[in-house]
Design a protein around this ligand. Structure first.
Ligand SMILES: Cc1cc2nc3c(=O)[nH]c(=O)nc-3n(C[C@H](O)[C@H](O)[C@H](O)COP(=O)(O)OP(=O)(O)OC[C@H]3O[C@@H](n4cnc5c(N)ncnc54)[C@H](O)[C@@H]3O)c2cc1C
Length: 374
């Protein structure tokens, strides 16, 4: 039994050096998950020379431990999002995540990133009658926006035909290699201890830069004043199962439970945090019997024959209103964080947004994700 994610187990980390001296760069980025790497990629493509400083290895934290769903929208269904943000804002967020999907498609093609990207759609499954009513309302509203969605009442499911899935470690590490091939310099094994608008400090030296972007998501509170709290998510994976158990990635019970089957037949099941909300907080990256038993219970219902090969945990960064913080803090430091369990759905595009803002460009979405919003 591996206690690491299936993705990290399959792909060896690339060898980037540690940063042992002082350095200077156009932009200094802290963290090499999807948020930091996407920011570096877009900056390098625009001609800047960013430096990325990562404490562990590229994609070793949440970005290497997720389910690899590339969904449109936030964690909640669209009706719930409308209730929370108002319809106009909920629609803008929806369109932003559609843009994220388009960007991933383009970047993967342009950079020839082999990351098992597939567009099999996703199923949104209701856990009770109230949620089913919202799932139905969401589908009807989004259909008017031209979204390809159909309802399956007997399964209390909405099928969103345009959603995607990928191998998150292959994607983020592939994108890191593309960024490094242009002008980004990536350093691993180097802990950043302090940030300021004109640079950062590491354990061993200083980086001077024209701007700093903090992309450490769940770990933000150690470096900047951001309203992010660390929340744990757990998953398991199995050996290949010869039959199709799940047609497409599924997202159930308000996003608390999710599962998919990879093209190679392996099953992945994650979530069930709703059964242990009080426990599943903090930065401790460990599995618990309480949640793993729930994941396995569901597995036994659907595929009793499947052998569990991997169990793991990852730490997510939840924002105060479930939307990411992408922009400039009052003190002058930029941030790209707070994905609330949906970083694959947002961060390729928030990376582009923050790269534009760092370069002084204006963007329509600035107000949507400003870290200074109420
Ligand atoms: C079990 C699970 C399932 C998920 N499933 C999905 C999914 O299917 N779809 C989806 O969209 N999202 C999913 N998510 C959420 C997604 O993984 C995250 O939103 C996303 O990976 C966040 O990326 P990030 O780059 O902001 O953070 P991270 O990937 O956590 O990267 C932050 C990096 O910062 C580094 N760091 C921290 N502090 C410092 C420091 N002081 N100095 C230097 N480096 C530092 C860390 O080592 C880390 O590498 C899931 C998450 C979990 C845990």
């Amino acid at each position: 039994m591996e206690m690491t994610s299936i993705w990290l187990d399959e792909i060896a980390a690339d060898n980037y050096p540690s940063l042992d001296n002082d350095a200077s760069a156009d932009v200094a980025i802290v963290g090499a998950g999807i948020a930091g790497i996407a920011t570096a990629y877009h900056l390098a493509r625009a001609g800047a020379k960013p430096i990325v400083v990562e404490a562990r290895t590229v994609a070793e934290a949440a970005s290497g431990r997720n389910a690899g769903f590339l969904l449109a929208g936030v964690a909640e269904n669209f009706a719930a999002a409308t209730e929370r943000y108002g319809e106009e804002r909920a629609l803008r967020v929806w369109r932003f995540t559609r843009h994220n999907q388009k960007l991933v498609r383009e970047v993967v093609a342009r950079e020839h990133i082999d990351c098992d990207l597939a567009w099999n759609g996703s199923a949104q499954l209701a856990g009770d009658d109230a949620e089913w009513a919202e799932v139905g309302t969401s589908a009807k509203r989004l259909e008017r926006e031209g979204v390809r969605v159909r309802l399956i009442p007997e399964e209390r499911a909405a099928i969103y035909e345009e959603d995607g899935e990928l191998h998150p470690v292959k994607y983020v590490r592939g994108l890191a290699r593309s960024a490094a091939r242009s002008a980004a310099r990536i350093f691993q094994g180097t802990h950043v201890t302090a940030v300021a608008p004109d640079g950062l400090r590491t354990q061993r030296g200083r980086v001077r830069s024209g701007a700093v972007v903090v992309c450490v998501n769940a770990y933000s509170q150690h470096l900047v004043a951001l309203r992010i709290r660390p929340v744990r998510g757990q998953m398991l994976a199995t050996a290949a199962v010869a039959r199709r158990v799940f047609d497409r990635p599924a997202y159930a019970n308000r996003g608390y439970r999710y599962w998919r089957q990879r093209a190679d037949g392996r099953l992945l099941i994650g979530g069930w945090r709703d059964t242990a909300v009080d426990d599943e907080v903090g930065e401790e990256e460990r599995t618990t019997a309480r949640v793993q038993e729930q994941l396995e219970g569901f597995l036994r219902e659907r595929a009793p024959e499947a052998a569990v090969t991997h169990r793991w945990a990852g730490i997510m960064g939840f924002s105060h209103d479930a939307l990411p913080y992408a922009g400039r803090l009052a003190g002058g430091v930029f941030v790209n964080a707070g994905f609330t369990g949906h970083g694959m759905a947002f961060a390729t595009a928030t990376g582009e947004l923050v790269a534009d803002l760092v370069r002084g460009a204006s963007r329509n979405e600035t107000d949507l994700f400003t870290p200074e919003r109420p």
